[in-house]
Design a protein around this ligand. Structure first.
Ligand code: BTN
Length: 239
């Protein structure tokens, strides 16, 4: 894909920036907007996203995957998560994993978060805004996020952010759902096959992650041998 890359000093949120710039949003070329600082970076749900000024990558992609049916929108999470993992593995030897649905983990620590906001037209996706917060050179995290880590903390030296962004944008483009290799995503699922503790609306339980369905539901088997199936936000990991 040939990305139009826009770099700005500061904005509230790069996802919001794309939503507010309709002229740009109506363009058909894929856009990547990268800000040195976000005054109100959005995390998933009601969370905010902490990122020290000038230290990390906080950027959003705008793509128009019109061939993706709404029922298969999870393919965008698969695509971007795998592309991030593969990009990070250029820098570090550790295996980079995906904490379902799309947090990027090294060991038990979160190095990147993804916030996808899709606009549907009929049964298809018209626009997809993919916001990515990647901890690159930040050394100290102040928010109450439980387990952040940066590339610099793992490597012991700083990394050039533009080079990292370019490497990421050169990963293979999102292809149609039928052609997307779901295996690469499923092969990287954090805690897959390991008994661990989770929490749902009825309380804590122990279970093993078995798979992620094409529509993004998480399949688990609990200690009692009962299969459990969860949509995003219906279950949390106890870390
Ligand atoms: C998460 O909670 O894990 C998702 C975090 C997503 C943060 C990124 S930073 C760039 C883009 N702009 C935002 O306001 N949020 C996303």
């Amino acid at each position: 894909m040939d990305w139009k890359i826009i770099h700005i000093d500061e904005t509230d949120s790069t996802n919001r920036w794309l939503q507010n710039h309709q002229l740009i949003a109506n363009s058909h070329e894929p856009i990547a907007i990268w800000a040195d600082y976000q005054t109100a970076g959005k995390g998933c749900g009601t969370n905010s996203w902490e990122s020290e000024r000038g230290k990390n990558l906080t950027f959003s992609l705008l793509i128009h995957p019109t061939e993706v049916p709404a029922s298969r929108q999870f393919v965008i999470s698969e695509w971007v998560s795998v592309a991030l993992c593969e990009t990070l593995e250029h820098y570090i030897y550790n295996k980079v994993e995906i904490k379902w649905p799309n947090d990027i983990y090294v060991g038990d620590r979160k190095i990147a978060g993804i916030l996808i906001e899709n606009t549907l037209k009929g049964n298809h996706i018209k626009d997809s805004i993919i916001g990515i917060g990647l901890n690159v050179n930040q050394q100290e995290f102040l928010s109450d996020a439980p387990n952040p880590v940066s590339l610099c903390q793992l490597l012991g030296h700083e990394v050039d952010r533009m080079e990292l962004l370019t490497r990421f944008l050169q990963r293979k483009p999102l292809v149609s759902p039928a052609e997307t290799d779901g295996f690469s995503y499923r092969n990287r699922i954090y805690r897959k096959g390991q008994l661990a503790t989770y929490q749902d609306k009825d309380g804590r339980f122990k279970a093993t992650i078995q798979d992620v369905e094409p529509d993004g539901h998480l399949l688990m088997m609990d200690e009692a041998g009962q299969e459990r199936r969860y949509a995003f936000k219906e279950v949390t990991y106890i870390l």
